[in-house]
Design a protein around this ligand. Structure first.
Ligand code: ADP
Ligand code: MG
Length: 276
């Protein structure tokens, strides 16, 4: 099993779009994929049409597992075992594609997890998925909180997404954190790829090109840069229809861009190619 964390220097970088689109492509080619939604905006959860009903004792989201929270607090609840990812995992409309739902409560959960010193819990929680999952994609929050660092701790590889706006010009804080955690032994993950997402057409002005040029000028970025994913209305449309891009608009250019990204990630050894 391989675990890949999708991270960024700021929100709105295309992490969720990339996790859902690439996850769908991996599943369509026969790999069993689980997306873990660590973001309280729960974009990938909505995208994949997954829900957690607060009154359903059988349903759990990622925070219930990390905080070891049995669903009901009624009589007998004390004796209930805490849920695992095997309880929380949900199927989706795509065969082989599963999701562990996020939730708006993840903001409070992050504080509680920090208080409980739970930085390694995600890593432990993912392990049982090994029984039937080939690739885990962690859709991280846009901020560098304990959920994001626990994703680094759990990951084999980090894929850094960025959109060419000013706030995304610098990914270095996240990158430094990945390196620091490897040095202090709390993670073995490395930044394995840098993915330019939501790239507008050239005619929209020199500004975006300038940021891309600046990124390409940093050797560490350039060496890890995947092909670009263009900005195209089919992606937000896929999201609002709750239908992954490869199913919603298979012939769109943006879907084709993601094919090239996947090919590149295969070459880098990030996404193990499917057995022939
Ligand atoms: N290739 C694309 N073209 C157009 N819009 C996109 C594309 N990728 C993402 N978006 C949109 O940009 C916004 C941010 O993308 P998202 O994947 O949610 O980023 P993040 O998860 O990093 O916050 C969303 O509204 C999404 O629909
Ligand atoms: Mg997101």
């Amino acid at each position: 099993m391989k675990t890949i964390a999708f991270m960024s220097g700021a929100a709105g970088a295309g992490k969720s779009a990339s996790a859902v689109t690439l996850g769908t492509k991996l599943a369509l080619r026969g790999q069993a994929v689980c997306i873990v939604d660590l973001d309280r905006q729960r974009t990938s959860t909505f995208y994949l049409n997954a829900v957690v009903d607060p009154y359903d004792d059988e349903q759990h989201y990622v925070g219930d597992v990390l905080l070891r929270r049995p669903k009901v607090k009624e009589k007998g609840a004390e004796s209930r075992r805490p849920p695992t990812f095997l309880d929380a995992i949900q199927g989706t409309q795509v065969d082989n594609l599963f999701v562990i739902a996020g939730h708006a409560n993840l903001k409070d959960d992050a504080l509680a997890l920090a208080q409980a010193n739970g930085g390694q819990r995600l890593r432990e929680a993912i392990r049982p998925l090994e029984q039937f999952i080939d690739i885990v994609l962690i859709d991280c929050p846009g901020e560098l909180n304990i959920l994001a660092t626990s994703a680094i701790a759990a990951a084999d590889d980090v894929v850094m997404c960025f959109a060419p706006t000013l706030k995304h010009a610098d990914l270095m804080d996240v990158w430094d954190t990945v390196d620091d955690m490897r040095r202090d032994g709390s993670s073995t993950a490395e930044v394995a790829a840098v993915m330019p997402c939501i790239i507008p057409p050239k005619r929209q002005g020199g500004f975006y090109g300038e940021i891309m040029d600046k990124m390409q000028a940093v050797p560490a970025y350039k060496a890890l840069m995947t092909p670009q994913v263009r900005q195209q209305h089919f992606e937000p449309s896929a999201y609002s229809h709750q239908q992954p891009l490869p199913i919603h608009a298979p012939r769109s250019e943006v879907n084709g861009d993601y094919d090239l990204v996947l090919e590149d990630l295969d070459k880098r050894g990030v996404t193990t190619p499917a057995a022939a």
